[in-house]
Design a protein around this ligand. Structure first.
Ligand SMILES: CC(C)(COP(=O)(O)OP(=O)(O)OC[C@H]1O[C@@H](n2cnc3c(N)ncnc32)[C@H](O)[C@@H]1OP(=O)(O)O)[C@@H](O)C(=O)NCCC(=O)NCCS
Length: 142
């Protein structure tokens, strides 16, 4: 399963946005604003592929000189629970580390906290609401 950095605006990026919409936004009755997507030009966009089909994705946003925020983690419905998310996270962590970062932070959905805990992330702080659902800040030193 090849993992790739995707260019903003490319065919793969369009696939990524469509997948994120299906998995992360539509079920909540939400969608992406053009300005939200425009800002992603600054981000590291990551996809897992099988031939030309995207199986999963995530992205990294630089927060400060030594930390990044992991966002938009999603694995295709029907392929979840098969190890794709773990491989994506390992790829993203290696990239972050190679770029000189010491820490990854995220706003994790409450339903995904157990997944991130398995990968060594710790909850930092109390529950809050984002995109209409409960989240926790989670972090890991690289
Ligand atoms: C959460 C998500 C990204 C995980 O990816 P995945 O490919 O399904 O996860 P993996 O198969 O790599 O799982 C790795 C381990 O975490 C566990 N795990 C997976 N999802 C979990 C969850 N939601 N809660 C608790 N544990 C979970 C797996 O059982 C596996 O455990 P094991 O190593 O003991 O077998 C994926 O299920 C998904 O896209 N969910 C819907 C969207 C979402 O919630 N995204 C996260 C937003 S913060």
């Amino acid at each position: 399963m090849p993992l790739k950095i995707i260019d903003h605006g490319s065919k793969e990026y369009k696939q990524m946005v469509e997948m994120r919409n299906q998995i992360l936004r539509k079920p909540l009755g939400l969608s992406f604003k053009p300005e939200e997507l425009e800002k992603e030009k600054e981000d590291v966009l990551i996809g897992a592929f099988e031939d030309d089909e995207m199986l999963g994705c995530c992205l990294l946003t630089q927060v400060d000189a030594s930390s990044v925020r992991l966002r938009q983690m999603a694995v295709k419905t029907g392929l979840q629970g098969k190890g794709i998310g773990r491989v994506l996270m390992q790829f993203a962590e290696n990239l972050a580390r190679d770029r000189g970062n010491r820490k990854i932070v995220m706003h994790a959905r409450k339903t995904a906290v157990g997944f991130y805990e398995k990968l060594g992330y710790k909850v930092a702080g109390s529950e809050f609401e984002e995109v209409t659902i409960p989240h926790y800040i989670m972090e890991k030193q690289l």
